[in-house]
Design a protein. Sequence first.
Length: 148
Amino acid sequence: MIIDTIENLEKYATLNPLFPKVVEFLKSHDLNAMADGKYEIEGNDLFVTITTTKGKTPDEAVLETHNKMIDIQLPLSTAETYGYTHRSLLPDTAYDEEKDISFAPDMVADSYVTCQPGMMIIFFPHDGHAPCISGNPEIRKVIFKIKA
């Protein structure tokens, strides 16, 4: 997991060959002006979803992992807190290959970190994360999905 400001994403561009395309997209698009939806950048290897979703309490947020994709998440409208537990500490649960996701619904995260608008968080396949924790009823956010 990496947490930093969006302007520093370029410093992490060497971690994945598709990260520079995320940087390009961020430089050429006003995320706040874009409608909610899915936008393909490199087919299924790199796409972005802009969504407005319900804020959750830490008890409501469910830990999830992905096998094939890296998430870069950016809160737009309000601060968003994420639960974190390393994948090695999560139980084996059913994996949905089509959606590239597994959930650990009966687990509580080991730790929490909060991103403000203007920040980003990167989750790799070994990072169990529980998103959308907020005291606000809605969160508008961006999720880049990048092939690991």
